[in-house]
Structures are given as structure tokens and as C-alpha cells.
Design a protein around this ligand. Structure first.
Ligand code: FES
Length: 166
């Protein structure tokens, strides 16, 4: 009888120790796991940002002028740096448009060729006019464009670029 009593006390202490240990583990472990996993559950998607391109006077009227920058995006625990190349085209004192340098065929980087007055993709010889419209080659649509804003003489673009159909 006394042995049985001792055994059940031992079992009680074992059980209580396990329960308290489990409770402490849960109190510490669940918030820690939630903290560690929360970035991985956040949605990725394209980076949204407003980028300052400097004063509008830096960009001559009628001449596509290149602007490059790098944008870092955090997706969960992954940090990705993306290089952007833009062409700023001022049509007049007040009208400005900004195009992506990513060819709409397979993503090669176009460059402006002043002698031909075309952006040319080096991969499959895709040609675009000064406003990014397709002139020749395999590109299926015009160069993507950025929404612009001019404030106090300074030019800003909104990421990501938007698709154009014609
Ligand atoms: S990637 Fe530009 S023409 Fe193919």
C-alpha cells in the first residue's frame, strides 16, 4: 500500500514537471517560432517605391537619357538587389515620360542608339522608337513605362513600371 502511494506521488511529480516544462516551452517557443516564420509568410510581389531621378533640368529635351539605380527587396528572409535602367524622355519643358530598358521579348536590356534613333535590344535585334513603341523584331509590345511626377522641378518615378499594349 505504501509502495503504491509512493509510486503515485512519483508519477504526479513526473507529470507535473512535464506539464510545467511543456508550458514554459510553449510560452517561449510559440512566439519565437511565429517571429521567425512571419517574414516567410509575407507576400512577395514586385517592389513598390518612389524613386527620385534628380532635377528635371538634368534631362535635355528630345534626347533619351539613361538613369540607373539598384533597388533592394526583402522577401521573407531573402534579400534581392535588382538593377533598374530607365530612359527619361522629355518631350517639352513640361512633358516627360520614363521607359524601362527591359526588352519586352525576353528581357534583354535595350540601349539608345542616337544614330538610328531607336532603342535596340542586343539579343534578337528588337527595335523600339523614342517613345518605346515597337518598330521591328520579335518584341510583342512597347517598352514598359513608369508613372512620373514632377515636384519643385524634381523628377520622380513610381515602381513598378506598367505594361503598355500599344
Ligand atoms: S530579348 Fe529583345 S528582341 Fe529578344
Amino acid at each position: 500500500m505504501s509502495d503504491n502511494h509512493q509510486l503515485s506521488r512519483r508519477d504526479f511529480i513526473k507529470g507535473a514537471t512535464a506539464a510545467i516544462g511543456g508550458l514554459i516551452g510553449a510560452l517561449i517557443g510559440i512566439p519565437s517560432a511565429a517571429y521567425l516564420l512571419s517574414p516567410a509568410t509575407q507576400a512577395g510581389g514586385e517592389a513598390e517605391a518612389v524613386i527620385a531621378l534628380g532635377t528635371l533640368d538634368n534631362y535635355p529635351i528630345g534626347v533619351p537619357t539613361r538613369f540607373d539605380f539598384t533597388q533592394t527587396k526583402v522577401n521573407g528572409w531573402e534579400r534581392t538587389a535588382t538593377n533598374y535602367g530607365l530612359y527619361v524622355v522629355r518631350k517639352s519643358e513640361s512633358e516627360v515620360r520614363v521607359f524601362s530598358d527591359v526588352c519586352t521579348h525576353l528581357g534583354c536590356r535595350v540601349t539608345w542608339h542616337p544614330d538610328q534613333k531607336h532603342y535596340i535590344s542586343p539579343c534578337h535585334d528588337g527595335h523600339f522608337d523614342i517613345l518605346g513603341g515597337v518598330v521591328s523584331g520579335p518584341p510583342p509590345r512597347p517598352l514598359d513605362e513608369f508613372t512620373t511626377k514632377v515636384e519643385n522641378g524634381n523628377l520622380f518615378v513610381q515602381l513598378p513600371a506598367f505594361r503598355r499594349t500599344a
